[in-house]
Design a binder for this molecule. Structure first.
Ligand code: ADP
Ligand code: MG
Length: 610
């Protein structure tokens, strides 16, 4: 970065060692270094400002990756003519007055740094008109932060900010910009995030003169925005949920295990409307999915957590992407349990969950609708996946309901997965139930049942304690002060999971016994992972997770392989086991174990009754 602004060339040599205040220009450029990496970072700040100003329609225009030109126009409340110049100066904000305000920041911005930082690395034009003014005003600024006097300009109510030639005065930074196409991709990603944060706002994106995105405003829980931003597949393959407790609310969409992704590219987590990345939260989600996702696959989700703003510090990083939770353990538990509950399918019991595609196209022959009272009706079924989703919910709902009431749901006592009628190619079981035809992948289903049974017997056999085995050669490991401290404070936790340890020396721990199932695993690594979980989140499920991984492998090997013929009795027994087993909707590897075809859908294959 050039320092020409701070140390003029005309300064005598000796002033090199004198202390001088940085010029405002340099201060802004340094701040810009923290928040402005590329055009997309500017777009993020401008969109946040538009939303803070109460805009309901936002139009974005960009040329050449946004490097050459980027413009954001909104219909928000606008800026007074007298404030235009101030808005461009450092630490000037309308959103915060006293330090206490920081505890309850409800706006996306509050640091008053964005506009001056952007202005210091671009050529910027700011136009605005408030609702009580009969015309708009415009000021311009070139990188040196010399802003022009306001000039009148024709403009509807709102604000329009245009920046050109990003980093024109910082060639070194400019070199780090990628191809236009890559930068455009980042711009789109920013618009997507904002669009997920605010369903009620319309977004338009014009790139190189062409309209490339137009999102209409919708109600806050409407799948249409999810479909528009994340794709119809995500909308079709996710569970919509809404849970409250402990002063928090969490709602949103989580992908069904069958719809996992190879990358973490479709994971959005908002806290009080702000998109964040947070280790506690990602840990909670990873854990919620770990039983149902194959290793190396990632879930997709759009999740909104609402909580008391006083419980979360947003002033942690200039880009405001990170937050600090006052009680991260409570947040961890709340998020984990809410999501885990969706995935294990027992949420219906509490009646607080809304099921996304639960309607059964008004088909009165289908029993599924009766399982889930209050579900929306009338969404036409289009894909088998959607059907599978419904059946999945319906089955779990029905198990939950009948367990609660002690009687079977519906007038006939047909079990949810029905009765076996045949086996196909030694791989699939065909069964008839009230809704129509059920197709079961024998191997996957058996694997899931075995896995859950092994887990169950492990926890019941051992009660509290997991069977342990003494190590012939105890493992010693050197730990930090903090780690030693964490161990001392949590000895009960370690014993509870079968890790029997002592302190051998100052900062040296020795592991004497480990859970039997983990005798062949990397013990020091496991202990370290547990310690770091404890330090970071206050809790650790690492040992359970590892045991489950081992169980899952064992289950896979112990399960019925394909190509074995089963008798009808055996098939029916498998179906009944599936109904009793938690999460039998998918195998341990995240593949579905069964699919439902409704009679209505089959009729439509043959164009019956049309
Ligand atoms: P911050 O958002 O942290 O307050 P900014 O530098 O981003 O700081 O913006 C400075 C001020 O300019 C804001 O506090 C707001 O009053 C005003 N402002 C910026 N953009 C807009 C806009 N699109 N509509 C209305 N006011 C705006
Ligand atoms: Mg701002």
């Amino acid at each position: 970065m050039s320092t020409a602004g701070a140390l003029g060339k005309d300064e005598p040599q000796r002033s090199r060692h004198r202390i001088k205040a940085l010029s405002p220009q340099l201060v802004n450029q340094i701040a810009a270094g923290e928040i402005i990496e590329r055009p997309a970072s500017i777009l993020k700040e401008l969109l946040e400002n538009s939303l803070d100003a109460g805009a309901t329609r936002i139009r974005v225009e960009a040329e050449n990756g946004g490097v050459k030109r980027l413009r954001v126009s909104d219909n928000g409340q606008g800026i007074l003519k007298e404030d235009l110049t101030l808005a461009m100066s450092r630490h000037a904000t309308s959103k915060l007055e006293v330090i206490e305000d920081l505890d309850k920041v409800a706006t996306l911005g509050f640091r008053g740094e964005a506009l001056p930082s952007i202005a210091s690395v671009t050529r910027m034009t700011l136009q605005s008109r408030t609702d009580d003014s009969d015309q708009g005003w415009e000021i311009t600024s070139e990188g040196d932060n010399r802003t022009s006097e306001p000039r009148p300009v024709a403009l509807p109510q709102g604000t329009s900010i245009e920046v050109r030639d990003l980093f024109y005065n910082l060639p070194a930074r400019r070199k780090f910009l990628r191809t236009d196409q890559t930068e455009q991709g980042h711009l789109v990603q920013v618009i997507r995030r904002m669009a997920l944060a605010r369903f009620d706002v319309a977004f338009e994106f014009h790139y190189n003169g062409r309209a490339v995105m137009h999102l209409l405003p919708v109600a806050s829980q409407d799948d249409a925005r999810i479909a528009a931003v994340c794709g119809q597949q995500m909308a079709d393959n996710s569970l919509k949920f809404d849970e409250s407790g402990g002063g928090m609310n969490v709602r949103g969409w989580v992908s069904l295990p069958g719809f996992s992704r190879s990358q973490r590219d479709m994971q959005y987590f908002f806290v009080n409307g702000r998109l964040i990345t947070d280790k506690t939260v990602s840990h909670a989600l990873r854990q919620a999915y770990q039983d149902v996702l194959f290793h190396g696959r990632h879930p997709a989700y759009v999740i909104y957590l609402e909580m008391d703003p006083a419980g979360v510090d947003v002033n942690v990083h200039p880009s405001k992407r990170e937050v600090r939770f006052r009680d991260s353990r409570a947040v961890h538990n709340f998020v984990y349990h809410a999501i885990h509950k969706q995935l294990s399918g027992s949420a219906g019991e509490h009646g607080s969950i809304t099921v996304m595609h639960d309607a059964v196209s008004g088909d009165s022959r289908s029993g599924a609708a009766t399982y889930r009272p209050g579900a929306q009706q009338g969404i036409p079924l289009s894909s088998p996946v959607r059907q599978q989703l419904q059946s999945y919910r319906a089955l779990h709902g029905s198990i939950a309901d009948s367990a609660q009431q002690g009687v079977a749901v519906g007038d006939e006592e047909v079990p949810p997965l029905g009765y076996a009628v045949a086996q196909l190619h030694g791989i699939y079981i065909l069964a008839e139930n009230k809704t129509g035809l059920v197709m079961v992948d024998m191997h996957a289903a058996h694997e899931r049942i075995t896995y859950e049974a092994m887990k169950e017997s492990l926890s019941s056999k051992t009660g509290n304690g997991i069977p342990t085995q003494s190590l012939l050669v105890p493992v010693t490991l050197r730990v930090s002060d903090a780690e030693q401290d964490a161990w001392e404070r949590n000895q009960g936790v370690f014993e509870g999971v079968g890790l029997i340890m002592d302190r051998m020396d100052e900062k040296v721990l020795v592991v004497r016994e480990v859970p039997e199932m983990l005798r062949n695993s990397d013990v020091p690594q496991l202990v370290r992972d547990v310690l770091s979980d404890l330090l970071e989140h206050g809790v650790s499920d690492r040992v359970d997770e590892t045991i489950n991984e081992v169980l899952s492998t064992m289950a896979c090997h112990g399960s019925v392989r394909a190509n074995r013929s089963l008798t009808l009795e055996e098939m029916n027994a498998l179906l009944r086991d599936m109904e009793r087993t938690e999460r039998s909707g998918q195998c341990n590897h995240g593949r579905p174990t069964w699919i439902q075809f409704g009679i209505g859908e089959m009729d439509s294959w043959f164009k019956r009754g049309q």
